[in-house]
Design a protein around this ligand. Structure first.
Ligand code: SF4
Ligand code: SF4
Length: 419
């Protein structure tokens, strides 16, 4: 990234105001309903975490640059223009105090997409140099090394070798003409390599033709999280190039929330053209295999289990039905969290918050929303489909002294593969 520049940031913010953004700002009736829907407000009760308030710098640009009264007020010196200090003052609200979870939009009476606009505000904040150091570091590593955690190909190959030894199965690498190309998040490679083993066994049983690309195996997209579209496009472009080189029909987004949003929903817009392949979430594929009779399962969990919907996969990604179909096949005591599905509460660590150490205390406080959900149903285990959620749910549970194991749905499915 080039050096910070407020002037460039201001121009970028002006350019970010598209028709939906202008419509959202002009239709806001200042009802404040979005506040109670946001975990940062509900758990701190601090008015500064009201979702629409977090957008004040962008709203100021919209008003002064695109509305008659705003232009007049600025010309008469009645309102102050946006300053670099305004952006500096908003940094913690925009990066630490928002996970881009989109829950606030579900209650807004005029349907304002706050997460969409926070993402736009981050475009200016990052260029002005007001993005958290942890996220800047992760983005730099993603661009320079190919992974926000600095995971290189030899590390992936070492994990693949372990999986092959353990399963006795081949993990396909760079197989041209395979049907599916699997992406992995760095967190899966380093913290949860069991996921690679689970997928290998499942795909072997179901007869899926698949591969991993050594050129582009990383699913995550720090460019989307920090809010720099050029970098986000560069990361998506690498996946597109690898998928096209291998001539795959589909790219599988793994158990990672924002990766799915980045490649499935933002990807074609970022690179400026439709993909020549389909993008599918691992849970969508597993449920399709189940429906086709290729994923045969046996036995059921008897313990009381619930499901945490990762925001970008469920509420914003639309993958709501598939995890439930799968869970009902393998669990006889499945119970929904209160406000599950579209209204589920975020784990508190999405949208780049997990890579921002400064936000740790706030994130754990915001976890209170998840704690309240869990307290209401008293389960023996919680299943999810995002490694980032998983690691931060575990941290939150530890912080609140709660003994609830967090499980991967893909790994649980593998456990129930029929002989
Ligand atoms: S997107 Fe989520 S975290 Fe961000 S303001 Fe809305 S409810 Fe709060
Ligand atoms: S809920 Fe919607 S209309 Fe009400 S204050 Fe929030 S953004 Fe504005």
């Amino acid at each position: 990234m080039s050096g910070p520049s407020f002037e460039r940031a201001h121009n970028i913010l002006k350019a970010q105001i598209d028709a939906p953004t202008a419509a959202f700002f002009s239709s806001c009736v200042n009802c404040g309903l979005c506040a109670e829907a946001c975990l940062f407000f509900s758990e701190t009760r601090e008015p500064k975490y009201t979702p629409i308030h977090k957008l004040d710098p962008l709203r100021k640009v919209w008003k002064q640059e695109y509305t008659f009264w705003g232009k007049l007020g600025r010309a008469l010196g009645l309102s102050k223009p946006l300053t670099d200090q305004d952006l500096a003052d908003w940094e913690t609200l925009v990066y630490d105090g928002c996970t881009l979870c989109g829950r606030c939009s579900m209650v807004c009476p005029v349907g304002n997409d706050i997460a969409y606009m926070i993402r736009k505000l981050r475009e200016g904040m990052a260029v002005a140099g007001h993005a958290p150091a942890g996220l800047v570091g992760a983005t730099t590593r993603a661009i320079q090394i190919g992974s926000p955690m600095g995971v290189k190909l030899p590390a992936l190959k070492a994990q693949i070798a372990h999986v092959e030894e353990e399963t006795g199965l081949k993990v396909p690498l760079d197989v041209e003409g395979a049907d599916y190309m699997l992406l992995l998040s760095s967190m899966e490679i380093m913290n949860f390599p069991e996921f690679i083993g689970a997928v290998t066994r499942i795909f072997s049983k179901a007869g899926v033709s698949w591969t991993i690309s050594s050129q582009a195996f990383e699913a995550t997209n720090s460019g989307v999280q920090i809010g720099v579209s050029d970098l986000a496009a560069e990361l998506v472009g690498r996946i597109v190039a690898a998928a096209e080189k291998l001539k795959v029909k589909s790219v599988i987004s793994p158990e990672c929330g924002h990766a799915y949003m980045a490649i499935r929903w933002e990807g074609p817009n970022l690179v400026g053209r439709p993909f020549s392949f389909e993008v599918i979430h691992i849970l969508e594929l597993l449920d399709t295999l189940r429906k086709e009779g290729r994923l045969k399962l046996q036995g059921k969990e008897t313990e009381r289990l619930t499901y945490h919907d990762p925001c970008q996969i469920g509420r914003r990604g639309g993958v709501l039905e598939q995890p439930r179909n799968l869970l009902k096949e393998i669990s006889e005591n499945f119970v929904e969290l209160p406000e599950a599905g579209k209204m589920n509460w975020c784990c508190g660590a999405g949208g780049g918050v997990s890579t921002n150490e400064r936000a740790n205390e706030l994130r754990l406080k915001a976890f209170g929303a998840k704690k309240n959900q869990l307290d209401a149903i008293q389960v023996d285990g919680m299943v999810s489909a995002c490694s980032n959620c998983r690691i931060h749910l575990e941290e939150g549970l530890e912080e609140y002294h709660m003994d609830v194991p967090v499980l991967s749905l893909t790994e649980l499915i593998e456990k129930h593969l029929a002989d």
